[in-house]
Design a protein around this ligand. Sequence first.
Ligand SMILES: Nc1ncnc2c1ncn2[C@@H]1O[C@H](COP(=O)(O)OP(=O)(O)OP(=O)(O)O)[C@@H](O)[C@H]1O
Ligand SMILES: [Mg+2]
Length: 142
Amino acid sequence: VSDEAGALSMRVVSLEDRLGCAAAARAFGERAGLSGRSCAELAVVVAELASNAVRHAGAGEVILRCLADRRGAVEIVVRDRGPGIADPEAAMADGFSAATRPGARRGLGTGLGAARRLASRLSIKTAAGEGTTITVAKWDGG
Ligand SMILES: Nc1ncnc2c1ncn2[C@@H]1O[C@H](COP(=O)(O)OP(=O)(O)OP(=O)(O)O)[C@@H](O)[C@H]1O
Ligand SMILES: [Mg+2]
């Protein structure tokens, strides 16, 4: 869904949905004037965060918009109503993966760390039982 301001919002419910989100993020970045490299990095960040929302929270929402206070910058918000992340700093460390649901397959634990490195700015707002909102900004050279 796209609103008048040009923001794009997508619901993610299955792991395959991350691919459509990544493609949408790349195209959105191109329209915002980001470099090819930034667009590719943005696509990886969106794919990782969308897959986390599905894998760890069952579903989520991905929002793409231009950052109001900075030209040529894109903001992504990925939010879910899952279990929350007990220790976000620890969760961003490479190799940290904790099962969020009984019987869930463990991942490599590299998604959040990669997202933080590829983002120009990343912040996590999370509360146990309420869900997680991750906000990312991406601009060239950052
Ligand atoms: N949206 C979320 N809700 C709840 N927990 C999360 C969420 N995103 C990440 N986590 C927690 O943070 C951990 C690290 O996430 P990260 O993406 O780095 O690794 P992963 O998803 O386990 O594996 P992968 O390398 O496949 O992404 C997860 O194992 C999970 O415990
Ligand atoms: Mg992950």
